[in-house]
Write a protein that binds this ligand. Sequence first.
Ligand code: SAH
Length: 383
Amino acid sequence: MTTPADPSPDAPTPAVPAMTPLAGRIANLIRAHGPISVTDYFALCLADPDYGYYQTREPFGAHGDFITAPEISQLFGEMIGVFMVHAWQQHGAPTPVKLVEIGPGRGTMMADMLRVIAKLAPPLFETLEVHLVETSERLRGVQRVTLETYSTKISWHGSFDQVPEGFTLIAANELFDAIPIRQFVQTKTGFRERMVGLDADDALTFTIGIATLDPSLLPGETGRVPDGTIFEYAPARQAVMQTLSERLRTHGGTAVVIDYGHMVTSFGDTLQAIRNHDFDAALAHPGEADLTSHVDFEDLARIARDTGVHLNGGLRQGEFLYGLGIAERATVLAKDREPPEQRLIASAVDRLAGEGAGKMGELFKVIAVSSPAIHLMPFRPVE
Ligand code: SAH
């Protein structure tokens, strides 16, 4: 997640262990079998059954390591709810509907979406089934509590392909950044896979492996980039995008994907760790830091198009939220509240949709994919 939560002033300074338990486990693995790829390192950091970050930590929200948009304000989930109702109407208001969220975190966004859907579109709300795709057992427990009011509508799945078929509306906020990437480094002999090995002091360090990269995957006419340049390639993200696009193509529906990243494929190392509210070195505290990387939206869009679904977007999150009416909704929410509450609402809108450091409006991007092809507001129509 890109935005560290505000440091709590009374948080004790944690004792920094020389090596986390997961670092010890990874070091043993490397001693026995040699360096591991960045993608394997990424996967172990987040999902190791004993020490993985999502298995052990409560990362979200004001007291976690980072804050995501739904945890900043109910306005975010409400806008996604408005967008879902709009998509459903543009699809001709079919029933029944499967409303799917992949990577629901604490379940906050789904709760805010459902409240709006129930209000704006009772016929949709009454017939919809909610399917949550979540890999972390612990987070499923949190989601169960947040969404208790809706328990009869909800089921959980370990992967998207287990969601029953049918017309589907899908939302994924900050999911793709948490799916591991491969990294390749430019060397004298071309791009080679970046690996994690051990240095002379037995500490984790980046090394260069044997696997090469198909040069056709590199962005356009850039010529030869300097040695050391990193290129990120994300087949696991592509696979998720492809699976959900195929589902939409076969059974109809729309998926909205929100994350931080870039609209155009480019070079650069975007692997980032956040620990105790602050940026951390990617190899410093495996299992104790959140590990993510920026999302290449051009790549996701290409996968969707190649699968035969229609693409709306992309837009920056700020344009998307303002286009859906977040400012107007904030005004309604602030009405008859005390000034401090009104200021909180205004600052939440600014953090979600504003531009500049610490704000999400510019760095975060939104795309929507649909089948059959429909135009969705506030995306610009395709000529
Ligand atoms: N959408 C939430 C949480 C984002 S964090 C929010 O905005 O607050 C990423 C979420 O994705 C977590 O719930 C994590 O457990 C889940 N996750 C990570 N990889 C996943 C995968 N491959 N399939 C489904 N969920 C996954």
